[in-house]
Structures are given as C-alpha cells and as structure tokens.
Design a protein around this ligand. Structure first.
Ligand code: ATP
Length: 209
C-alpha cells in the first residue's frame, strides 16, 4: 500500500494544502492521503486554534474528499513534531507500506533547519508541491543533498522504497492559513479557500477572531 502523508500546522487546513496534495496522490497512485496536524510547531509561533480543533478541521476536510483520512499521530506524541522521528515511527507502524511525505516548496527550502534532516529520507520518499510566490532558491547544502537524491519521474520513485525526492508539477493555489486568519479578522471573504464543512466549523467556533 502507498501512503501519502501531508503534515502541517493546518491552522486552518485549506485548499492550498488539499488540492495539490490530492493531485500528487493521483499522479503517484497512492491509496490514502493522511492529513496529519503537527503538535507544537517547532518552526513557528503557536497557532490560533487548539490542537483538537486543528484535528477536527482536518477530519471534516477528510470526510468531504476522496482518499483522505485525518491522522492524530503527531498530536498524540509526548514531544514536539519532528518529521524525521514521526516517519521512523510510522514506518514501524506500517512495515509493509511505502510512505510518501508531501510538502510545499517553501517548507522544502527550509529543510536543512529540520531536526535530523539528513535522515528524513531513511523511511520515506519526499514529494515537493509547487507553491506560488515561493522563491526557488535552495541553499548550497540543500542543492548538494538534492543532487544525490532527486528523481525526475514518478516511475523512478516507484522503483525504490524510500530515499528519493521528486519535485512535482502541481496546480498552484495562492492560499495560506495566515491569509485566511487575516481575512477573518478584517472581514474580507475567506470561505472559498476551504472545504465548506471547515468554513462552517470556523464560523461556529468563532475561530481566529
Ligand atoms: P501559515 O500561513 O499559518 O504559515 P500555511 O498555509 O503555510 O500556514 P502549513 O500548515 O504551515 O500551512 O503548511 C503545511 C504544508 O503545506 C507545508 O509543507 C506547506 O509548504 C504546504 N502548503 C501550505 N499552503 C500551500 C499552498 N498554497 N500550496 C502548496 N503547498 C502549501
């Protein structure tokens, strides 16, 4: 079984996460897309919604969409969310499956700051999704690393169990959680950036006001 995993703060989850991720799922022929909210985000300030609310929104999004399931794993760990550790543990949980971790170009550019980043590919492939307004600038260290692990096709990704990076062509959606939170505060329209059930949840719980 091929499992795609999209981790993120998801504060809130939006179409900028979901549409490119579903596109990758189809390109790769993955069986499931796990939407996995992170616990205390190591790279940024604390989010606006609680962990349970972020998980609830991911679950609502998953219900509306094919292939998707919300994954509480990182929220249940008594530690910060470090992708290298999470992937190691998920590989133990699903020993017969192939793991594909999805991330946006902006997150990928910051990879050398991640905990044990040289071990990120020990248990999974990484697939990078396009993100508008991201400067395609990878530092020297990342470029060198990429040189040894990048593949140019999905077929090449299928040939190995883990250890490769594929930079995918995905539809560009100029949406961010920050823009959504700002729009809610300023009264600008924002509902069209998320699945309807997630927008309803935000309104009902008066989040980000
Ligand atoms: P914030 O605005 O609060 O920083 P965000 O919208 O960037 O949040 P995150 O939850 O931090 O969302 O992102 C989770 C993952 O999804 C990251 O790998 C990020 O690069 C990716 N991602 C987020 N928005 C997009 C988008 N519009 N297009 C492609 N990838 C995206």
């Amino acid at each position: 079984m091929i499992r795609a995993i999209l981790g993120g703060t998801f504060d809130p989850i939006h179409w900028g996460h979901l549409r490119p991720a579903l596109d990758v799922v189809q390109q790769i022929g993955a069986d499931i897309l796990h939407l996995m909210p992170s616990a205390q985000p190591p790279h940024r300030d604390y989010p606006g919604a609680t962990a349970q609310q972020r998980l609830a929104m991911a679950a609502l999004a998953a219900k509306e969409l094919p292939y998707c399931a919300a994954e509480a794993w990182e929220l249940e760990q008594p530690r910060k969310s470090y992708t290298a550790l999470t992937l190691q543990q998920l590989a133990q949980r699903w020993p017969n499956d192939k793991l594909i971790f999805l991330l946006g170009e902006d997150a990928f550019a910051g990879l050398p700051q991640w905990y044990q980043w040289q071990h990120l590919l020990d248990h999974a492939h990484f697939v990078v999704m396009q993100r508008p307004h991201t400067k395609r600038h990878y530092c020297e260290q990342l470029q060198q690393w990429l040189h040894g692990v990048e593949v140019q096709s999905i077929a090449a990704l299928h040939e190995q169990h883990h250890g490769r990076v594929y930079i995918a062509q995905t539809p560009a959606h100029d949406i961010s959680a920050t823009a959504i939170r700002n729009a809610i505060q300023t009264g600008a329209p924002w509902q069209h950036w998320l699945p309807a059930s997630v927008a309803e949840y935000i309104t009902e719980h008066q989040l980000y006001r």
